[in-house]
Design a binder for this molecule. Structure first.
Ligand SMILES: *Cc1c(COP(=O)(O)O)cnc(C)c1O
Length: 363
């Protein structure tokens, strides 16, 4: 049966100009031998995590934790904070949506350095806030002066993605703290650290939230199990912030934010830190091979502290993306701007470098 589309009720005007998620995502990724478009970890889920999921499944006639408390407590231990500092959800992107809806009223502005994560403008638009972007600097890094200059009485939230997706560039801890100190304390700062594991020592990655919150109570730190923790398909993210901020997120959030089997998987993953360390070490090696090989072919590439590299190719981005697709390699294209390539296995790197050597712009 055909449902007549013209007769369906019109949604909110807030949706009119939304860019839509995943536009640059390669369609039908099953046909690609090398999935380098979504910054996932290349290795399969650890058997210990599968065993934890399977054990938890037998209890799934019951609802899971109301707020994911078992996971919040385990994360609190990891970050040397109390559990009231942590909210969990099915992806850090869900938490960002809850935060923007919870803190923004019509007339408020969300300020974002740009280019950054493509989900930000969509989530800001849905919240009813207006979006203000400031360009990155010539090295594709956050431009401190232009960000600070763009803050005005309407600014409600500043989102800082560090390391930044899709450029991979990062500010170090001192630069971040100095920047935050210069932003008025009435502004909520969301620090999206999806890729932080790749840019600092493990001890620092675990300790930095409590250190930063002690200095700046207006910060919410977002972390995820989707990248270095290797569990993108299970959808687990968390926010670390002052207890009053976490209480507001809990007030907005529907109950049972994470399924019981996924809570079990995340808690099991926290005991497998050596696997994360190995992933980070292998990422550093493959990232360096990509940077050296691509630079040797004369192509531009930004300094990356993440598990991907950014080629600011402007009008040639689509051509290289198509060339990769014909070689069985999925990458993420931002037409007219650049191309993002996830670091994968040594074989993935070989395939990328072979394809790059065979590519000529505009052919
Ligand atoms: C991948 C990514 C995330 C992770 O989102 P989840 O919903 O936790 O999978 C968050 N922020 C950025 C910038 C990302 O690239």
């Amino acid at each position: 049966m055909e449902i007549p589309q013209s007769d369906t009720p019109t949604p909110s005007k807030r949706l009119d100009d939304l860019p839509g998620y995943g536009k640059g995502r390669a369609a039908g990724s099953a046909i690609f031998s090398h999935s380098l478009g979504s910054n996932e970890a290349p290795d399969a889920v650890d058997p210990a995590i599968m065993a934890a999921v399977s054990a938890a499944l037998s209890g799934d006639n019951r609802y899971p934790d109301l707020r994911g408390e078992t996971l919040s407590s385990a994360l609190a231990l990891r970050h040397a904070l109390s559990a009231e500092h942590i909210a969990v959800a099915a992806g850090s992107i869900v938490l960002l949506d809850q935060i923007m809806r919870g803190w923004c009223d019509p007339g408020d502005a969300v300020l974002i350095p740009w280019r950054s994560y493509e989900a930000y403008p969509i989530i800001a638009g849905l919240s009813g806030a207006s979006l203000v972007t400031v360009p990155l600097d010539a090295e594709h890094r956050l431009d401190r002066a232009s960000l600070l200059a763009a803050i005005d009485a309407h600014t409600r939230i500043v989102v800082i993605c560090n390391p930044n997706n899709p450029t991979g560039t990062a500010l170090d801890a001192d630069e971040i703290d100095a920047l935050i100190a210069d932003i008025p304390s009435r502004v909520l700062i969301v620090l999206d650290e999806a890729y932080c594991d790749y840019s600092g020592s493990a001890a620092q990655v675990a300790a930095s939230p409590s250190e930063r919150l002690a200095l700046h109570p207006n910060v919410v730190i977002l972390r995820t199990f989707s990248k270095a923790w290797g569990l993108a398909g299970l959808r687990i993210g968390y926010a670390i912030a002052a207890p009053s901020i976490i209480a507001t997120i809990h007030a907005i959030q529907p109950p049972f934010p994470i399924p019981g089997i996924v809570l079990a998987a995340a808690i099991a993953a926290l005991d497998l830190e050596p696997a994360v360390t190995a992933r980070i070490a292998s990422n550093a090696i493959e990232r360096e091979r990509l940077i050296e090989g691509i630079t040797a072919q004369g192509l531009p590439i930004a300094a990356s502290q993440a598990n991907f590299v950014w080629l600011p190719l402007c009008d040639d981005a689509a051509s290289l993306n198509n060339h990769f697709a014909r070689s069985g390699i999925a990458t993420r294209c931002f037409p007219g701007e650049g191309l993002r390539i996830t670091t994968g296995t040594p074989a993935d790197t070989d395939a990328v470098l072979n394809a790059v050597a065979r590519w000529r712009p505009n052919c």
